[in-house]
Design a protein around this ligand. Structure first.
Ligand SMILES: [Zn+2]
Length: 278
């Protein structure tokens, strides 16, 4: 009995300590609180190694993931990297310098999706570019996906599902098969509802310090609902009601006090679409 009281107190102080040490300007203090086991023994460069392995597998599957070559498609890549840089230069991305934040465009005009692996390997389908109207909406989506990596959601989910052992094996390099196994598992991993809300909150947090309206991820949800998309994109997958997501993003923006009406000065979305022939 005594022992359990001591443990409870210890856990309580740990949680208290975690709350106290949060800088109010940090991403951790500006997203919904999720109950996650702290990530221990898996470094940020391990996130990048895991992401690079997953990305290598994706890039090799050319039928499933027809990736546009950046050398022969300079314009769309330039514009996507510009949007990415606007987000990174918000000064709000915690792991801006730790991850490569590499971008790839997957040429599937019927797939309205985007995702980001651990360690910041970003993938955007042409289908999502096609359905959106402006840079801001795409920035809202990219902010959400980058938020998943920045908040280390996949690593957290792997720990919850498999325990810390497999991650420690990857980190130590003692089991070369473990990296491939985890990269495979990542492909089928769904983000929890709480992580989805955190990623939405991250998008608001980042965009608040850019020229894009900070609630642009909500505009994306409105658009997706209106389009009557049959296959829910990843961003919608674990939340049945996109209307709630719109409400929650707008509420976060109001709390933040950030602008929801600004228009970026150099919106190149029409050029992005025409350069992709969308
Ligand atoms: Zn998501």
């Amino acid at each position: 009995m005594k022992k359990s009281i001591v443990s409870t107190l210890a856990l309580g102080s740990l949680l208290l300590f975690n709350n106290c040490k949060k800088d109010k300007n940090s991403i951790d203090a500006n997203v919904k609180n999720c109950i996650d086991i702290p990530i221990i023994g898996f470094s940020l460069s391990d996130d990048v190694a895991l992401g690079a392995q997953t990305a290598a597998q994706i890039d090799a599957e050319t039928a499933e993931f027809p990736i546009l070559d950046s050398a022969s498609n300079p314009t769309p890549y330039r514009i996507l990297y510009k949007i990415r840089n606007n987000i990174l230069n918000s000064g709000k991305v915690k792991h801006k310098a730790d991850f490569p934040w590499r971008l790839r465009i997957i040429n599937k005009p019927d797939v309205q999706n985007a995702f980001c692996t651990p360690g910041g390997f970003i993938y955007v389908y042409t289908g999502i570019i096609k359905v959106l109207d402006n840079e801001s909406q795409l920035a809202g989506v990219m902010g959400h996906e980058m938020g998943h990596a920045d908040l280390r959601h996949s690593v957290s989910s792997i720990m919850n599902e498999n325990g810390v052992g497999i991650l420690l094996q990857i980190a130590s390099g003692g089991n070369p098969g473990a990296l491939t196994q985890m990269a495979n598992q990542l492909r089928g991993l769904k983000n929890s509802r709480c992580h989805e809300i955190q990623a939405d909150d991250a998008s608001v947090f980042y965009l608040a310090s850019t020229d894009y309206p900070c609630n642009s991820a909500a505009a994306f949800f409105r658009k997706i609902v209106a389009s009557g998309a049959q296959t829910p994109p990843e961003i919608l997958s674990t939340h049945p009601d996109p209307g709630n997501r719109v409400e929650s993003i707008d509420k976060k923006a109001a709390e933040n006090g950030c602008s929801t009406t600004k228009v970026p000065t150099n919106d190149e979305y029409a050029l992005l679409k025409s350069s992709l022939r969308l």
